[in-house]
Write a protein that binds this ligand. Structure first.
Ligand code: NAG
Length: 422
């Protein structure tokens, strides 16, 4: 406990007696321990991703535009602004939210970048996303859905992925305290904004996928940032009064055993862990057979069920390959067909991504089995949120396309393969 106390932020330190008492468990806006999270991400909306909307990138005619940063930097600002506004207005509307609710889901996770809140000097980002987040929260409330507000891009980039806003060879968030402090201020702003409506926004994710794989220098910053975020989210009024918002930490790509005992009750209240499970970002994983993909998904259940916080699989997909165009980055190929530098070809990508009209019935049967294996396995924890609701040209990833194509059931508890995990 002492080691933990010394690394608490000043804000939390001054409020520590209340936390240590642990006498005031929060009143969460969703019963995370007793009801399963079943949800979908609204990817590629308020943070651009080249693979989700390749047309926005192809239409620039500039192959160096590879993320939202360069999208705003390397074309006329008026064009970028007009394209973004059109995209924000059309990619997700209230009818999408209604369709998600009608599909029996209870959560949407909405990625948003720091630049929706503030843009620093020399940063090309265009803001204007925040009113759309607020609209989506209204639509979610209208349709009985819960919203996870997910900070997906931090200043300097927390992982160097294009989906953080900035594709970099090495991330720059953790090594610069100004970046971290700016992020703290944004989390305070988000927490305060939604503290009064935890029935619709029960949970905030203070940072998506920080690059824990880069080592302890990153992990030390992440751990401290999780302490600070706890204070910022649990005490959203700037006083000692506690709020009811659940804090959703990301595992920073560490095994759950690394986080065992971190921010657990009774000293900490209302903390959940987010883990992302993909099976296509390495040669070994894209080389798996269908049965191996299913077995690997089923094998996740034991570590999920024994973890000591609420554990949500906040990103996963029925797609078994990295074939979707630009999935590994604009201009980067796929491991599966050997077009990714240094990869070994497994097979042709034809019929495995793009439009479902090219999917064979046996592929669709596999997608259904793999989807069910994951859902059943991840419900050994606190539930799941599929990545992602829609994509321009990657139906293997799209919840909407899966509903239309029949490999995702209209009711997510309606299994065709109830014993798929044995
Ligand atoms: C740290 O990041 C800030 C922006 O958040 C930037 O202005 C500053 O130059 C960076 N400092 C260093 C040493 O890179």
């Amino acid at each position: 406990m002492l080691g933990r106390l010394t690394s608490l932020s000043l804000v939390v330190l001054t409020l520590l007696p209340r936390i240590v008492l642990g006498d005031n468990p929060i009143n969460a806006g969703f019963p995370y321990g007793s009801q399963k999270v079943r949800g979908v991400n609204l990817g590629g909306w308020l943070v651009l991703e080249p693979w989700i909307t390749p047309s926005l990138f192809d239409n620039t005619g500039n192959p160096n535009i590879v993320d939202e940063w360069t999208f705003c930097q390397m074309q006329s600002r008026a064009t970028a602004q007009a394209t973004l506004t059109q995209h924000w207005n059309t990619w997700i509307t209230e009818s999408d939210i209604a369709a998600i609710a009608a599909a029996g889901l209870n959560h949407i996770r909405i990625p948003i970048g720091y630049w929706a809140f503030e843009v620093g000097p020399g940063e090309p980002y265009i803001s204007g996303q925040l009113p759309y987040l607020q609209k989506a929260v209204t639509w979610a409330g209208n349709n009985g859905l819960k919203v996870i507000v997910d900070l997906h891009g931090a200043p300097g980039s927390q992982n160097g992925f294009d989906n953080s806003g900035q594709r970099l060879s090495f991330p720059g968030w953790h090594s610069n305290n100004t970046n971290v402090q700016r992020t703290d201020a944004i989390i305070k702003q988000i927490a305060s904004m939604f503290a009064g409506q935890t029935n619709v926004v029960p949970i905030i994710a203070p940072l998506n996928e920080p690059a824990g794989f880069d080592g302890t220098a990153v992990l030390d910053v992440v751990r401290q940032y999780w302490y600070d975020s706890y204070g910022n989210i649990r005490f959203p009024y700037g006083t000692s009064q506690q709020g009811n918002t659940v804090v959703l930490l990301h595992d920073a790509f560490q095994p759950l055993s690394y986080w065992q005992g971190f921010q657990t009750a009774p000293n900490w209240q209302g903390v959940a862990m987010d883990t992302h499970i993909y099976q296509m970002f390495s040669q070994d994983e894209v080389s798996r057979t269908n049965q191996e993909h299913i077995s690997a998904a089923c094998a996740e259940a034991s570590s999920l069920s024994s973890f000591d916080l609420w554990i949500i699989v906040g990103e996963w997909t029925p797609a078994p390959t990295d074939c979707a165009k630009y999935l590994n980055g604009r201009g980067v190929g796929a491991r599966y067909d050997g077009s990714f530098s240094g990869s070994t070809r497994v097979g042709s990508c034809t019929g495995l991504t793009g439009s479902a009209s090219s999917f064979s019935s046996s592929y669709k049967t596999f997608l259904r089995q793999y989807w069910e294996a994951q859902v059943q396995s991840y419900e050994a924890g606190s539930g799941w949120i599929q990545w992602t609701w829609k994509a321009e040209n990657a139906d293997d990833w799209s919840y909407q396309a899966g509903l239309a194509g029949g490999w995702i059931p209209q009711n997510p508890t309606q299994y065709q393969y109830p014993n798929i995990c044995g």
